[in-house]
Design a protein around this ligand. Sequence first.
Ligand SMILES: NC(=O)c1ccc[n+]([C@@H]2O[C@H](COP(=O)([O-])OP(=O)(O)OC[C@H]3O[C@@H](n4cnc5c(N)ncnc54)[C@H](OP(=O)(O)O)[C@@H]3O)[C@@H](O)[C@H]2O)c1
Length: 266
Amino acid sequence: MAAAHKTGVYRAVLTGASGGIGAAIAKRLAPQCALLILVGRQRTALEALAESLRACDVQIVCGDLCEQHTLSAIAATVRAAGGIDLLVNNAGVSSFHAFETQDPADIRTQIETNLLAPMLLTRELLPLLGTAPAAQVVNIGSVFGSLGFPGFAAYGAAKAGLAGFSQALRRECADSTVAVRHFSPRATRTAINSAAVNAMNRELRTAEDTPDAVADAFMAFLSGTSATHTLGTAERFFVLVNKLVPGIPDKAIRKQLLQIRKYLPR
Ligand SMILES: NC(=O)c1ccc[n+]([C@@H]2O[C@H](COP(=O)([O-])OP(=O)(O)OC[C@H]3O[C@@H](n4cnc5c(N)ncnc54)[C@H](OP(=O)(O)O)[C@@H]3O)[C@@H](O)[C@H]2O)c1
């Protein structure tokens, strides 16, 4: 039954390991791992991180997750290592732009990196995860996947898709040993956010977390059993209101639109 999560020693794949949240998760996860496979595009950053994680067998797969050969290389590394019981789909990109003038290539990158790549990697690794007595896939979403926000139409669409994928696959795998879970950070101080986004967040007084705080919350989520978690009490409330009475956030965000447009690249 998928609901039985294993705590203790993981054999894990972590994507986006070289990023702000990914590196903070890697540091906390490594002491609880027998094997940790770090995935990213920047070899030097991954090697430096691996060097700092001496607690377990750390391996690196360097490549673009939007390319099939990277997914195949991850699967081959997992097979050679004897299997995994945890996949964390954390890699992501974000682009803040007026949708009508957003470059179609940028829109594709948002969907491919934030939605298609984690779906295809999960598909690639599911048979391997399925052989573990208890395994989990954790998809890293975003509050913007549950609460549409101006300037993030493509990013929000991809993250909403990831939430839908996580829910459907969780139900599909409910009679297996693989639990599929979804963890949504709110704004976090990492390089994913442009200077414009940071300036807008300051003006709108948007609550922001540090990557360390997100990673602490992630580790607590990992050792628990809930299927989904959204960071921030206020954000969880807004997401609920948005689901039940979307007209309320429509009006609240409409009032902020002039301020948002000041920062929105066109
Ligand atoms: N920061 C926030 O405000 C925030 C809020 C909500 C949700 N999130 C989510 O949290 C996750 C981590 O984001 P972050 O804030 O830590 O961002 P970050 O610091 O920019 O890190 C992003 C990571 O994703 C990797 N990545 C991006 N595109 C890739 C590709 N095509 N192939 C392989 N790796 C790729 C990057 O690897 P390389 O550097 O090696 O290219 C990097 O390790 C993302 O899914 C993001 O959407 C972030």
